[in-house]
Ligand binder design. Structure first.
Ligand code: GDP
Length: 325
């Protein structure tokens, strides 16, 4: 390919934000549009907060607190301290620098900007161009979990209840009225060569993107769709994925993850990437029309994320590859 490969990454704020930074290191060899999950978005203190979008943005701008895996680096907490002293809500950690972004976003929303326009402005302020981060949709989508302790909005479950309640089912409220965002459709108009499904939570980060009306059809125009497992040796690196998979009667392994994604979106993905530790799971897919490759998927630093991004792009360029390297 003589021109840069045009890549869309579907991402949540953890594994997604890390792989986004790895792929951005390959620009201008590739052109990158990161689609951030909006199912985690919520209203707090009267402000719309977009946690996954912001984690991706901070990661690309090298301003993410990588120890915590969320929020800004070098953060201070004066406002939260004062808010707590005044008896305000302290369950959601908004740092001072982070709050500045929320205020800026909401001032744009008050001016009538849609989320795609806000995103474009923020990408400019954070100087991450030519890479773009776009919301999955400009219309609201909200992930709601039905648990043994009742129905919980995503942040109440994730932050408020620390993912403890047992999950029975998950709904993505608003997906029927939501369509792919203007930011994404503008990128897609010039063609998508490859879609990469990040090693993000398939139920809490990827499904709220793929359930949006018209999203699979838009992305299926890509020549190749590759998905990277968020599980290594039966464990999530962080977060409740393995626990939720067990609660929903699924095997918490890379093979179980691939089966889950393939059940929800049959034949959408054509390349699976498993960690090298999961070779035995990849072997189970031998003979299927989809290819499977194994590589080191643990992104414990920037170098590892870039190495994984490079290996994925290499695998995409050699489409005939079958089985594990
Ligand atoms: P969230 O929005 O914070 O839930 O973040 P994501 O959905 O993007 O990512 C959560 C998932 O990322 C978890 O299931 C983790 O297992 C996975 N994850 C995090 N870091 C890594 C990594 O370095 N490698 C792989 N393979 N998965 C990761």
């Amino acid at each position: 390919m003589t021109r840069p490969m045009r890549v869309v990454l579907l991402a949540g704020g953890g594994g997604g934000a890390k792989l986004a930074a790895g792929l951005a290191a390959l620009v201008p060899t590739i052109e990158l549009c990161v689609v951030a999950n909006t199912g985690d978005d919520f209203e707090h203190l009267g402000l719309l907060i977009c946690p996954d979008f912001d984690s991706v943005l901070y990661s690309l701008a090298k301003q993410l607190d990588t120890k915590k895996g969320w929020g800004r680096d070098g953060e201070t907490w004066h406002v939260l301290g004062e808010l707590t002293a005044l008896g305000g809500p302290d369950w959601f950690g908004v740092g001072d620098r982070d709050l500045a972004l929320h205020l800026l976003r909401n001032s744009m929303i008050h001016k009538g900007y849609d989320l795609s326009r806000v995103a474009a402005e923020l990408c400019g302020h954070f100087d991450i161009r030519p890479t773009r981060v776009v919301p999955a949709s400009d219309q609201p989508v909200r992930t709601v979990l039905t648990t043994t302790e009742g129905q919980l909005d995503f942040q109440d479950y994730f932050v408020g209840r620390r993912c403890q309640p047992e999950v029975i089912s998950i709904d993505y409220v608003g997906v029927d009225d939501a369509t792919p965002s203007m930011g994404l459709t503008a990128f897609a108009r010039e063609g998508i060569d490859a879609v990469i499904v990040a090693p993000s939570n398939p139920l809490l980060s990827i499904e709220p993107i793929l359930r949006i009306t018209g999203m699979p059809a838009l992305l299926s125009d890509a020549d190749q769709i590759v998905a990277v497992s968020p599980l290594i040796d039966g464990q999530a690196i962080k977060g409740p994925l393995a626990k939720i998979m067990v609660e929903l009667g699924r095997q918490p392994t890379s093979a179980g993850w691939a089966e889950l994604v393939d059940t929800q979106h049959p034949n959408f993905v054509n390349h699976w990437i498993f960690d090298t530790q999961d070779q035995r799971h990849a072997d189970r897919f031998a003979g299927s029309p989809q290819t499977t490759a194994c590589m080191n998927t643990l992104m414990n630093d920037e170098g590892a994320a870039t190495a994984l991004a490079r290996a994925i792009i290499q695998a995409l360029l050699s489409t005939n590859r079958q089985g594990c390297a």
